[in-house]
Design a protein around this ligand. Sequence first.
Ligand code: DX5
Ligand code: ZN
Length: 221
Amino acid sequence: MKTQQRLIVAPSVLSADFSQITEDLHTIKRSGASWVHLDVMDGQFVPGITFGDKFVSDIRNKSDLIFDTHLMVNDPERQIEAFAQAGSDYITFHIETAVHAHRIVQQIRQTGKKVGISIVPATPVVLIQELLSEVDLVLVMTVNPGYGGQRLIDSCVNKAAELHALRQEHPDHTYLISVDGGVNASTIGTVKAAGIDVAVAGSAFFGAEDPAAFVQFLQDA
Ligand code: DX5
Ligand code: ZN
């Protein structure tokens, strides 16, 4: 069993202004958040396209935050090495993109990076059951991936709670539980009650008047 003392807040750069990314990374750092969530979109798994490994490599030189790379891409095995080299700390791929998911888990592990697995709202926890003792992070999507600023789908929160219960039952389950999508001041209470360790927040973080107060609010909620 692994319990997180304090909620980790991972602001998502999807809602940042890429033309001033260095400043926005400083805003994240100054807010007290320790992670930054990097949403990689390929225009196939999800409609939009964001950035590739070069962007991650470039900002690696500008930030000592934990880089939480969320690959919303088909064929993630083709990109893992590049995102590892670029300086990701966690590399998370979607079970929906993988037939041989266990092999991809091993591939990430071999790079020395932390391994994350993610499920979209339509995917049940049982689909990743065989991998739960192998991963460092489970990213529960609480919106359909692809866009910031969507409304949290309440039923997805149950999956975070299910993962929390499984972790209590199994000593070899040491993953952090992260939720991604629609996390804001109104929804944080519900998601925290599920027993999460990490909260990803894009639009709510960058839309906050005082990002530090927002992070504090999430942690104290
Ligand atoms: C959505 C991305 C999220 C996104 C969350 O596909 O995976 O990380 O940035 O944005 P908000 O917090 O605005 O829902
Ligand atoms: Zn994400």
